[in-house]
Write a protein that binds this ligand. Structure first.
Ligand SMILES: [Zn+2]
Length: 137
């Protein structure tokens, strides 16, 4: 089974990203812990609940991303990385550079996004933007 350099490059990238994510989720929980201690008694319950749901959301987003990375790594192993799942053509290299976990080529992705836009509840954040959305109102 051949593994071309362009695929190897992504394999390394995914492994790095995964490491980074696992690390950042640790940092997040530490930050949260400090904040929780600073909160007044009165605000405790609701803040704690809010914090909990924030953390869960963050976790699930991270878990989702880690899952995507794992799946991409599996595709690399299977030799199907970079092939569109829908039309089975090669995914554009430029697209993989921007979105290495992509499983659809640009055309198929656009078609999917049109469908999703009709259903989705405005899932705005893309990939690693989690930290910027982190705000306790
Ligand atoms: Zn396609």
């Amino acid at each position: 089974m051949k593994m071309p350099n362009r695929v190897l490059k992504f394999k390394e990238l995914f492994e790095e990203q995964k490491k980074g994510l696992l690390y950042s989720s640790k940092v997040f929980s530490e930050e949260f812990t400090v904040k929780a201690e600073d909160m007044s008694d009165e605000a405790d319950l609701s803040s704690a609940e809010l914090e909990q749901s924030m953390r869960m959301r963050l976790r699930s987003r991270e878990a989702l991303f880690i899952k995507k990375i794992d799946e991409a790594l599996e595709r690399i192993q299977a030799g199907s990385f970079g092939v569109c799942e829908s039309c089975e053509l090669d995914i554009e290299q430029s697209r993989l550079e921007v979105r290495p976990t992509a499983t659809l080529c640009l055309n198929c992705k656009e078609a999917e996004e049109v469908r999703e836009a009709r259903n989705a509840d405005g899932r705005k954040s893309k990939s690693m933007g989690a930290k910027h959305n982190l705000r306790i109102a």
